[in-house]
Design a protein around this ligand. Structure first.
Ligand code: HSE
Length: 340
């Protein structure tokens, strides 16, 4: 039996417990043994939770922890401690991966364990593992992605005539939005995700502060009417351009014939161009309890199959990228158009 702990019983942490309980037979089939949640840590007075991280890291039974707390602290300190004890950490915490992922990945490597963060980008889509394993031999020249489920949910519903504030409230109730939804609607969450993707494929560390970032708060009903008249939709995209070495987050016009046009609601769609494979398109739920938790559990299983070894996550020892400014919008235009 593999024993794990969940740090933070919020939307994603609760989802991890649920996925492990509901799919225990499937997990046993792929892992070869049972997966058991021995501890749940939370700051709240909930029945059965522990509050002291030392209880977890000093228990030799614990091989993997899921960090589903979000934010920088105490997530950083707890992750650091776990990795130093040779305990692998699987997370959905894109803020921490962006800010400290390089350092934490090196600690994992030096302590023969792993730091994996599949759930930090693209919700339930098995994107990072595919990039690492199936596309490692490709030269990736471009990534264009709808990477924030909340924004796409809002934009899809605004297109249908609904009000921004009402739809944002609905996205919060459904567990899609960040604790502070400004991170979603101002584009910062997308910026962290495109920075993580750019880092994974380029071999240089792009950070969220280097992303030229515009959110969705200035988009009006008139903009949707104009876009529709031109046969286009409006989507918030994160774009990495290897040739220009730039990363950008901004609302784009998407032509009807483009693969990303029909990515609606909470779904994410990510287009990746490789020099040999050409275009790849990934599609799935970009936010929400069970899809995100499913991605965390996929990492837990990979770590549990590799106890005592480090899984290369393409992040350890990355040097900072020298990022160029992203191209400006065409003169007099409110939006860029996604061309290819
Ligand atoms: N708030 C994020 C989103 C959660 O809406 O995409 C998943 O990262």
């Amino acid at each position: 039996m593999i024993n794990i702990a969940i740090l933070g019983l919020g939307t994603v942490g609760g989802g991890v417990a649920e996925v492990i309980e509901k799919n225990q037979l499937e997990i046993k089939k792929v892992l070869g043994e049972d997966l058991h949640v021995k501890y749940i840590l939370d700051i709240r007075d909930l029945p059965g939770v522990v509050k002291d991280i030392n209880t977890i890291i000093n228990d030799p039974d614990i091989k993997v922890v899921c960090e589903t707390m979000g934010g920088k602290e105490p997530a950083y300190t707890y992750t650091h401690l776990a990795l130093e004890h040779g305990i692998s950490v699987c997370t959905s915490n894109k803020e921490l991966v962006d800010a400290h992922g390089v350092e934490l990945s090196a600690i994992a490597r030096d302590h023969h364990c792993s730091y994996l963060f599949e759930a930090s980008v693209g919700g339930g889509i098995p994107l990072l593992r595919t990039i690492r394993e199936a596309c490692g031999h490709e030269k990736i020249s471009k990534i264009a992605g709808i990477l924030n489920g909340t924004c796409n949910y809002i934009l899809t519903n605004m297109k249908a005539g609904r009000d921004f504030a009402d739809v944002l409230k609905e996205a919060q109730e459904k567990g899609f939005a960040e604790r502070n939804p400004a991170a979603d609607v101002e584009g910062h969450d997308t910026a962290r995700k495109i920075a993580i993707l750019a880092s994974m494929v380029s071999g240089k560390k792009f950070s969220y502060e280097q992303v030229s970032c515009e959110g969705i708060t200035n988009i009006t009903p008139e903009d949707f009417a104009e876009a529709e008249a031109k046969g286009m939709s409006i989507k918030l995209l994160g774009v990495y351009d290897a040739e220009n070495n730039s990363v950008l987050v901004a609302p784009h016009l998407i032509p009807k014939e483009h693969a990303l046009y029909n990515v609606n609601g909470v779904f994410n769609g990510i287009l990746i161009h490789g020099n040999m494979v050409d275009d790849l398109m990934f599609y799935g739920r970009g936010a929400g309890k069970l899809p995100t938790a499913s991605a965390v559990v996929s990492d837990v299983i990979e770590c549990a199959k590799n106890i005592g070894k480090n899984i290369n996550n393409n992040f350890a020892d990355l040097e900072p990228a020298n990022v160029n400014k992203a191209p400006e919008k065409p003169q007099g235009q409110k939006f860029r158009v996604l061309d290819s």
